[in-house]
Write a protein that binds this ligand. Sequence first.
Ligand SMILES: [Zn+2]
Length: 458
Amino acid sequence: MKLRNSHLSLLPVILLLLVSCQPAQPPGPASQITVIEGATVIDGVSEAPIEDAVLVISGDTIRDIGKRGSFPIPAGARIVDAAGKVILPGMFGLHGHVGRTEGMESSEENFNRERVQRDANAYLYYGVTHVLSLGHDREPMADFLAGQRAGSAGGARLYTAGLGFGAQGGWPRNPYVNRPTTPEEARAMVQKEAAKHPRVLKIWADNRLGELPDFSPEIYGAVIEEARRHNLRVVAHAFYLEDAKELIRRGVVALAHSVLDKEVDEEFLTLAKENRITQVTTLAGHHVNISYADGPAFLDDPGLPLLFPATVLATVGSQEYREKLAGNPNMPRWRREYEIAAKNTAKVAAAGIPIAVGTDSGLPLRFPGLWEHREMELLVQAGLTPMEAIQAATINAARFLGVDNRYGTLAPGKVADFIVLHADPLADITNSRKIDAVWMNGKLVDRAALASGSAAAE
Ligand SMILES: [Zn+2]
């Protein structure tokens, strides 16, 4: 670049501008660096937590993480003392039904952008930073996601499966489901969904114990094949062992419920392993009526009255509601099915099939955010270690969504999304709900604003 003499006086300014426009900057000035020190860190990959750890955050990214003294602390950084606290990565939920519930009812009429935002806020309040919404999303979700991309919609990061696929006259009872009657129709419908760029597609193969029509494998097989042509993977809702096996043979990549009619057998486990299936357990969903009939301990969670309607909490906390549920003629079957689902969870885990947290959260009485913590409790009750349950809520789910290069673990180069706890979830997994703070994109989340609905996007 040549400068004429008369412009020489501008040279320092120009040089300064050039320097500040460098695309790949060295780590920013120390004033933009936050150091969180003294906590025990569960990074999501190491076998053991890092005691007395130091976490260096630059912008939205983790610059360094390790035991105190293993690297120099940048001079002039903002220091946050977290002695006595435990840190874990931001959590994931891979089975949400977002923006559809008001009070005790879920419906298509309820579905709007404000309720999507409300649920995204509740997830983030509980440290759930990523949620996959499974299969009913129309324009309000597209609007919300456009808002998140533009930075005007905050809360947890949502991912959509668009509109799902089910049998003609079958489950779910929802007018906004693709119901192909031929393979050709199935392909055309997949093309329409693919044009909306969902993260995955969803199919329901569930005849409700033979009461409703089956979704024929020939037709849902066409959904899966056509999805593959568009580089889309397919997640299935299924409860029954034979359905689950056929869905795997036809090419789904995840089961969004646990098998609950029979214990899974060798054939299932082999199919699931060979086809790299992710098991999204949804135990908290399967347990919902049992939870309320038994009078759940989680009803004293301090977040509930801040986030959810008092009338709903009063109802589910009442003796009358408990007794009504306990006396429901379906209760013995629900308990039996749950027992099988929990046993299958242990078998699937023992076979080395990745388990990821998903819960049916967002449906009535399945509180978004709290429910993902609840899933970890039930995974531990089913036989997983607390560390395995945490990995199901973090790295395993991040891998499934294909975002593990940036999220799901705490390591240099990853986005600084994490939860600060008052107590150790490895000692008692219910401690994951003893939340001191949530950080997202390297910033402290204003949880009070999320609870009051006044949270602004960044
Ligand atoms: Zn569901």
